[in-house]
Design a protein around this ligand. Structure first.
Ligand code: SAH
Length: 413
């Protein structure tokens, strides 16, 4: 199931025949104004790509030309991780959906343009089963009740489904019968996990997971590798575009097979595992312990022996590597939305990689970090936006930076 992609905005002809006009009306989703999840639901997809392209071009113009954005051919229902909060209306009816941006008001996401439909159907079935199993909805004000959230993740390439029921309490009466009822309605479900979150917190997941059906994780594959994904591990929500993203990033590194590569902010090791066969060795660093465990098991399952993954803060780890006098040839960095740290980038400078491939889901933080890297010996060579989040205003950007040689610097004098 490999998506076909087009590179760059669609033609005017295609735009005219598209179903949603750019007239400011939210034709694609009735609740988009309240939910805030897809700000571009009323904008035709070709136009969305143009908007993103010009935003990134303008934002990063001081670093060079931005190449055409890499978009999707089928941009709807790409979100393979669907999370709904459960609550009650004022009349006491159970509802589920997303929080209205910045509030604790639940907006039922009726015909969501973003969410995978099979994941949504599983959540609807859970809703329907609640009454017969007498499962009470958690009430934030009184702190009573059981079910808080449901998260469903689909392995888009494997077809496996993980269901996480976030509960306020360990005690789930009738859970075996509930599992039977849900899995007979949805035999595609391969695992169900209870996540216990008794705290009055805005964090969705608590610390304790109890697997009540299947292995407690799902598998999926990307770029010819297989990955196990646990409930708390980060995994891109748009797997089809993730292949485009990784191929773009890995292509820019132009690996020859002799390099020491660092995969910083590596999650479950997806990038490192995809580049391992093209490098001498790969070193991964990741903060989340569950993701690190997944990454180590993923190396074993893919029989990759030249990728080592460490748990810790990426900046501290890189600094310790530099202090130990180590060197790297290529660094992939894929930090969270708020970008990297000076400690990390100072250490990159000391590790001396010839190439740095920066994957960013926060373009403003990327700009700040590129300024810092250019204040050292790195120069931006390529900027390529990749549309990982159609119908939203978010844009992922891949940048390749190269270290200036002494000749480069002489030429500039
Ligand atoms: N490269 C991975 C994950 C990218 S998301 C992929 O493509 O799937 C960013 C990752 O950075 C998350 O897994 C998050 O847990 C991790 N992270 C956040 N802060 C970190 C830090 N200070 N040091 C190391 N990893 C961090």
């Amino acid at each position: 199931m490999k998506p076909s992609i087009h590179r760059g905005p669609r033609s005017v002809q295609e735009e005219k025949s598209a179903k949603s006009p750019d007239n400011g009306q939210a034709v694609g989703c009735r609740v988009s104004g309240k939910c805030g999840g897809c700000r571009y639901s009323a904008v035709e997809y070709g136009k969305q790509l143009e908007k993103k392209q010009s935003y990134i071009r303008e934002l990063l113009k001081d670093f060079g030309e931005t190449e055409p954005i890499r978009g999707m051919e089928q941009p709807e229902h790409y979100r393979c991780k669907v999370h709904h909060v459960f609550g009650r209306t004022k009349k006491g009816e159970v509802l589920h959906g997303s929080y209205q941006a910045g509030t604790h008001r639940i907006i039922p996401s009726e015909d969501c343009l973003l969410e995978d439909q099979q994941c949504r159907e599983i959540i609807s079935s859970i809703h329907k089963l609640l009454r017969s199993f007498k499962i009470r909805i958690y009430d934030e004000d009184s702190g009573t009740g059981l079910l808080r959230h449901v998260m469903v993740r689909k392995g888009c390439f494997s077809g496996e489904f993980l269901v996480v029921l976030v509960l306020a309490d360990q005690v789930f009466p009738g859970k075996n019968n509930f599992v039977k009822a849900l899995t007979s309605l949805h035999p595609e479900i391969t695992t169900i996990v209870l996540n216990i979150n008794p705290k009055d917190t805005s964090m969705v997941l608590g610390k304790v997971n109890k697997t009540i059906y299947g292995p407690g994780f799902i598998r999926d594959s990307l770029c010819g590798r297989t990955f196990r994904i646990s409930p708390a591990s980060f995994y891109q929500v748009n797997p089809a575009q993730t292949e485009v993203l990784y191929e773009t990033a890995i292509g820019l590194a132009e690996l020859k097979g002799t390099e020491t590569v660092i995969d910083a902010y590596c999650g479950i090791g997806t990038i490192g595992l995809c580049v391992a066969s093209r490098a001498e060795k790969v070193i991964g660093i990741e903060l989340n312990a569950d993701a690190v465990k997944d990454a180590i098991l993923n190396c074993k399952e893919n029989q990759v022996n030249n990728y080592r993954v460490y748990q810790g803060d990426a900046g501290e780890f890189m600094e310790a590597m530099a202090d130990a006098g180590e060197k790297a040839d290529v660094v992939f960095m894929d930090p969270p939305r708020n970008g990297s740290t000076q400690q990390f980038m100072d250490a990159v400078d000391r590790l001396h990689p010839g190439k740095l491939v920066y994957i960013s889901c926060g373009p403003e933080a990327l700009k700040r970090d590129l300024e810092y890297l250019e204040s050292m010996d790195y120069r931006v060579k390529t900027i390529i936006p990749v549309d990982m989040f159609p119908y939203t205003e978010h844009t992922e950007v891949v940048c390749c930076l190269e270290r200036q040689t002494i000749e480069d610097r002489r030429r500039q004098l």
